[in-house]
Design a protein around this ligand. Structure first.
Ligand SMILES: [Zn+2]
Length: 466
């Protein structure tokens, strides 16, 4: 066991999950991941939190090893580029008595699962996953991925722990390429002031207004962590299920110092154009109840606003947006979405207006007479809205004019409303048939006010609808 642990150096040990362009998946060390980047389609994790954390980490390694990017995308990242990594191999050891990767000794013991947001702890019970602290553990690969999350997604909570350098986690945005190499190259920008990454010189806080160089900001640590000794029994990793790597149950875990605002601009964060504040995913549990519509509309608006920011958001270039929403210290939601901003900002603005109209109309989708139970009506509208949010906003900016969008939206939702009608109203009576037809034929958007006047019955339905 000891040999396997001591040998677990992140440069070569297999811990980064990758998907190759031929469809195969493997875990690789850092060096092999970088030198194979032209053959890798993507990072193969199911969590958006890991994907963006790993991509930013690989980018930081490139900046540290090579400085700025080559003018043209290279065919491969050659292994000689990473001699600096080899020279500092000791900085990437996960365990051992000497220098460890992203770790510093601390005496406050916690379950090692504190590194992973989706694994509950203490007496939290409202989860899909149930575990008992101390009786489950993480393999070395999952511990390393948990350490990579800390600079991006640590939130403030009990015990005096504070958020990371970006505060409450904002939307993170990276330009998307057809391979890992292309993705890294597209997000690798010239930079004069790199500084030292935390694997070289750990950063655990900064003063108000203190300028933070790029590598320090990308790797700023939000927790002091010291991984415990691997357990001696045959425990499997509670996160990935492997029994091929040593598993840990505990770690030293306490807060870092405060990151005061003012000295750090994150290259992957969206900042509002007018106030310069980081844009964050809304809390979907504002009143204790889950709001089922995702924030697509406001997200699209943010992307338009941030068009000239440092994030590299450009028209007709696919970008991937990563979001982590929390309710104070409680992790609530994580999602990822690929967006292609349109080339015509006017068309984007028009589409935004349309989306908001559609959302208003959808809330009046079902006339009161069609579905008598108010609770059922509300549940159906929420289900439809979730679909509208996703599908309509995906089309934003791609259609010419409001009328085209309107026509398309009404057509697109006709089959959905048919299904809603069948599930909401059962029976073969005349009344049930009429109510089903009312739901199925609902058109939440009308082309013009003349058309509304020509159909007073429908207008009345809408005035008295939910
Ligand atoms: Zn694992």
């Amino acid at each position: 066991m000891r040999n396997r642990c001591d040998a677990f150096n992140l440069l070569d040990a297999p811990w980064l999950p990758v998907l190759f362009t031929d469809g195969t998946c493997r875990r690789l060390g850092i060096i092999e991941t970088l030198t194979s980047a032209h053959r890798i389609r993507d990072i193969a994790t199911s969590s958006p939190l890991d994907r963006v954390s790993i991509l930013r980490f690989l980018l930081a390694l490139l900046y540290w090893s090579r400085g700025g990017p080559p003018a043209l995308q290279p065919g491969t990242l050659e292994s000689r580029w990473f001699d600096k990594l080899r020279e500092h191999e000791d900085r990437f050891a996960l365990l051992g008595d000497e220098t460890r990767f992203y770790q510093t000794r601390t005496s406050r013991l916690r379950p090692v699962t504190d590194l992973i947001h989706e694994i509950p702890t203490a007496n939290n019970f409202a989860h899909f996953m149930h575990v008992v602290d101390g009786q489950v553990g993480l393999c070395l690969a999952c511990c390393a991925m948990g350490l990579l999350r800390l600079p991006l997604f640590a939130v403030s909570g009990t015990g005096g722990v504070l958020a990371g350098i970006n505060g409450v986690p904002p939307f993170y945005v990276l330009v998307e390429g057809p391979s890992l190499l292309a993705t890294l190259h597209l997000n690798w920008k010239p930079c004069e002031d790199l500084g030292n990454p935390s694997w070289e010189k750990p950063l655990y806080g900064c003063q108000t207004g203190e300028r933070v160089p790029l590598l320090e900001g990308l790797t700023a640590l939000a927790r002091r962590v010291w991984l415990g000794a691997p357990v001696e029994n045959d425990m499997v990793c509670v996160r990935c299920g492997t029994n091929e790597l040593p598993v840990l149950a505990e770690c030293g875990f306490e807060g870092a110092d405060r990151y005061a605002a003012g000295g750090w601009i994150d290259p992957h964060v969206l900042y509002s154009r007018d106030k310069g504040k980081a844009i964050r995913p809304p809390n979907p549990l504002p009143s204790g109840k889950f709001v089922s519509s995702r924030p697509w509309t406001s997200l699209d608006q943010c992307l338009v606003e941030a068009g000239s920011s440092t994030s590299g958001v450009r028209a007709n270039t696919a970008i991937r947006v990563y979001a982590f929403a929390c309710n104070q210290a409680l992790a609530v939601d994580a999602f990822e979405r690929v967006v292609v901003p349109p080339s015509d900002p006017m068309s984007m603005d028009a589409s935004m207006g349309f989306l908001n109209t559609w959302k208003d109309a959808a809330s009046r989708l079902l006339p009161a007479s069609a579905c008598r139970s108010k609770k059922l009506r509300q549940a159906i509208v929420m289900d439809v809205l979730r679909h509208v949010d996703h599908v309509v906003s995906d089309r934003v900016g791609r259609n010419g004019g409001r009328d085209g969008l309107l026509e398309w939206a009404n057509q697109a939702f006709a089959p959905l409303l048919n299904a809603v009608a069948r599930s909401a109203v059962s029976g073969a009576t005349v009344d049930a048939t009429r109510r089903r037809a009312t739901i199925a034929n609902a058109q939440p958007l009308r082309r013009s006010t003349n058309a509304n006047r020509a159909d007073p019955a429908t207008e009345e339905d809408h005035e008295h609808s939910c």
